[in-house]
Design a protein around this ligand. Sequence first.
Ligand SMILES: [Zn+2]
Length: 85
Amino acid sequence: MNPDCGPECQETLRQIERFLDGELDPGIRAVIDKHLSSCSPCMERAEFRKHLKELIASKCGRDRMPADLLRRVEAMIDAQDAPAP
Ligand SMILES: [Zn+2]
């Protein structure tokens, strides 16, 4: 992980779902955007989640993803986000 990573990264990861869904306030969105452009680990996570969302959207059509499937995917992502031992 980037040695400069700290609270900003945690905040970014916390907001990333809403960021990708376009649900954040423009002010927060700008902060996240700025962080992503300067932090490659966070950028990679954002890209990964974005691709995953696109993949799910293509499999499930335009319907919303089933809640239980979404939770399983979230758990998988959270496991991936966990710091390496
Ligand atoms: Zn970061």
